[in-house]
Design a protein around this ligand. Structure first.
Ligand code: 3H9
Length: 697
């Protein structure tokens, strides 16, 4: 076992090396080891400058998140940073990979900082419901002034090395890939110059200009808008402000108090659950980590509509050539035009360069012939939800595509096994369910059919990572994990309006919970026709789907944002939903036709009926093995539907409410509202009987 922190010397430079895979987090062994190595360096009369450097893929990625919530063993990170800063020999940090959170705070305790050009620096604690708690809120503004410090600390944004240099966070940027070599060269220069110790805590020059300015009020207002309902971002502003109003030591004390408040908040627990869950979903139950993965170099897509185009962009962004097949030239031209417009818009916003627009467009080819898919390693079908059409397409793909090509469907609800049944290679068929807008939303729900091979499963999970998505593997059933739960929520939300609520009341309850938009604003975004078509398909299949006022909207051509009117109305060029009295009239008419007398509906009832119905369904999904773990459901909802990450996902949130309370309420609605959706999940009853939560599974 290599030593976690070791001290060595190269001529007159004392080198402290941290070697604590995977990301050199500042766990107890590192903190203790660093204190010891520092003492050795201090006492080494032949070392005139000390260099702090890390082995492996990155500089220190932060405090060790796994220690949170447990008693922290001494020395604390703050003590380590203080010890570095108080050393009377110059200490240089050489940063590669990422210096994040407690990692950047450690570097700020050093007297000089060098970063490789490829490095990125940040204080992302806010994304975990925290604030930098080892002096970051007091030291960073002493280097950058208020604006940059507030920006970095309230958003958690990573800044590239060159920006860190211009902001004054690092003193030098070096080319190359060897942080130790670059660090040694810098340390030697400093030794030759007899460079002095420079303590960030003693700097005052960048503070003066922002004292008493309105910048803190401005950031509070901006946080109010961007991070509504969240606890930590406000505490971040408070902590940074303390750097400007209090002496350094007292500022540190204030930071610590605010850090503790964040640590105790349930939002911290939710966000840290989400952090680990996001990484856990990559480890699919029953799928060995060394399962071979197929090489995907060329991608085919069937359908140049909104989904097909968005999916194509993901692969082109990752440098993979894509062929999009459509039935008619007009549809193809239209689809390619939309893709170009999306790229041009990104370029206008400065997210990509004009050259990148052209490079990406050059990777996307349109075709009217399936013959052009002969070479594809993966084909994703993205036409609308119609089983007959999908079967026809898969029959053709089976004939055209080369052996070993993966045949995927972007269906959001339909049976993958039934689709696979028309091919001679069901082991190569899989669901790859992207979320709209497909080039933006981070979730990729990969659906395993009963015959899908392990190799295909492993390949689509690896592809998710390659194109920057979070892949979750789920089982095959109507709607899989996400839409199966969403449709329960949708049906309940629609019924609540039948019974007397307004669409805007329902949506407000959901946005107050932390969703970026409510059920009906979301329907307008996705297109009212999407749900309508699904309901019609199910009615055709003989299911008892009651009529709804949403059907009337579709039949009147109110298809949502794309037609300027749906559940809400939209001003030309705006995406802001405006309540529409016409819809109120349509709903009133519907109630009359159905003989419903509207009643007053409380926000609490809306919350329970929209959310607990989902949790009950989530429990059924677990029971049936459609999702492997509650955390898979949490990630589907956070990344596919904007469930607030700070509540940890619906299943984590359910545990926080208490499953006994949820079960009691579900039983109450079973008796009052009725319907199979309110039949309590067996798993929910079992967990309650055993006094357990989803987290115990
Ligand atoms: C903090 O610093 C508080 C202080 O201000 C105050 C304290 C008093 N700890 O993401 P990956 C694990 S708060 C423990 O897949 P990548 C991760 O779980 C912290 N473990 O790799 C995974 O484990 P596994 C502020 C950690 O290359 C493995 O490392 N820092 C930590 O895609 C690989 O991770 C942050 O918030 C950690 N801090 O991305 C940074 N970080 O293999 C959080 C990672 O078992 N980390 N792991 O699944 C990141 O953003 C990314 O991990 C990073 C690498 C960019 C570093």
């Amino acid at each position: 076992m290599p030593q976690v922190v070791r001290y060595t010397r190269e001529d007159n430079i004392g080198v402290i090396t941290i070697d604590y895979p995977p990301v050199n987090a500042m766990g107890h062994p590192v903190r203790a080891g660093l204190m010891e190595a520092l003492q050795q360096g201090q006492g080494d009369v032949r070392a005139s400058v000390l260099l702090l450097v890390c082995e492996g893929r990155t500089f220190i990625a932060g405090a060790d998140i796994r220690e949170f919530g447990k008693p922290i063993q001494a020395p604390w990170l703050t003590e380590v940073v203080d010890a570095l800063e108080n050393t009377d020999k110059p200490v240089v940090a050489a940063i590669h990979g990422t210096a994040l959170g407690g990692g950047l705070e450690t570097a700020l305790g050093c007297h000089y900082r060098l970063a490789l050009a490829s490095a990125r620096l940040g204080l992302p604690e806010v994304k975990l419901g925290l604030l930098p708690g080892a002096g970051g809120t007091q030291r960073l503004p002493r280097l950058t002034g208020a604006e940059a410090a507030l920006d970095m600390i309230t958003t958690g944004r990573f800044v590239p090395a060159d920006e860190a240099l211009s902001l004054g966070i690092v003193d030098r940027v070096a080319e190359g890939t060897d942080p130790k070599a670059a660090g040694l060269a810098y340390a030697r220069e400093l030794a030759e110059q007899n460079a002095a110790v420079r303590r960030v805590r003693e700097r005052e020059d960048r503070l003066a200009g922002d004292r008493g300015s309105d910048i803190f009020a401005r950031f509070r207002a901006s946080v109010e808008k961007k991070a509504k309902g969240q606890f930590a971002p406000f505490r971040c502003v408070d902590a940074v402000e303390a750097a400007f109003t209090l002496p350094f030591e007292e500022g540190l004390k204030r930071e610590r108090e605010l850090f503790s408040q964040c640590m105790e908040s349930p939002q911290r627990a939710g966000l840290i659950h989400a952090f680990f869950a996001e990484r856990e979903v990559a480890k699919v139950k029953g799928l060995s980590r060394d399962t071979p993965v197929r090489d995907v170099q060329k991608v085919g897509i069937i359908g140049a509509g909104t989904m097909g185009g968005g999916i194509a962009m993901n692969f082109a962004n990752a440098g993979l050539p894509v062929t999009i097949v459509e039935v008619a030239q007009e549809a193809l031209d239209k689809g390619l035009g939309v893709i170009r417009r999306n790229y041009e818009n990104s370029a206008k916003k400065g997210r990509i360069s004009q050259q990148q627009v052209e490079e990406r467009m050059a990777l996307i080819h349109g075709s009217l012939s399936y013959e052009d898919l002969r070479e594809a390693d993966l084909v994703i079908e993205a036409v609308f939800e119609d089983m007959a059409i999908k079967k026809e397409i898969f029959g053709t793909l089976d004939k055209v595509c080369k052996p070993g090509a993966i045949l995927a469907s972007n269906t959001s609800t339909l049976d993958i096994d039934e689709i696979a049944s028309v091919t001679s290679r069901p082991e190569d068929v899989v669901g790859m369910h992207f979320f709209s807008p497909a080039n933006v939303m981070k979730l990729l729900e990969n659906v395993r059919g009963s015959a899908t091979s392990d190799e295909v499963k492993a390949t689509v999970m690896a592809l998710a990572k390659k194109i920057g998505k979070v892949g979750v593997m789920v089982g095959n059933c109507y709607g899989f994990v996400g839409n199966r739960m969403l449709h329960k929520r949708g049906a309940e939300a629609t019924a609540l309006v039948d019974e007397g609520a307004t669409p805007q009341q329902v949506d407000k309850v959901l946005t107050d919970l932390g969703y970026p938009m409510g059920q009906f604003a979301m329907s307008d975004l996705a297109g009212i026709d999407v749900g309508y078509r699904i309901r019609q398909e199910r009615r055709k299949a003989g299911e008892d789907i009651p009529p709804s006022w949403m059907d009337k909207l579709a039949e009147q051509g109110r298809l949502g944002q794309k037609t300027g009117a749906g559940v809400y109305r939209y001003e030309e060029g705006s995406r802001t939903p405006v309540p529409d009295p016409e819809v109120d009239r349509l709903i009133a008419e519907f109630r009359q036709e159905q003989g419903i007398t509207p009643r007053e509906i409380s926000d609490q009832e809306i919350l329970e009926r929209c959310m607990y119905v989902m949790i009950n369904e989530g429990a059924k999904i677990l029971e049936e093995g459609i999702a492997d773990r509650p955390l898979d459901i949490d990630i589907v909802w956070i990344y596919g539907y904007g469930f607030p990450a700070w509540r940890g996902g619906p299943m984590f949130w359910a545990d926080q409410i208490g499953l006994d309370r949820i079960l009691g309420t579900v039983k109450g609605y079973r008796d009052s509202v009725g319907g199979e959706q309110w039949q309590p999940a067996v798993l929910l009853e079992k967990l309650v009987a055993e006094g357990k939560g989803f987290a115990d599974l």
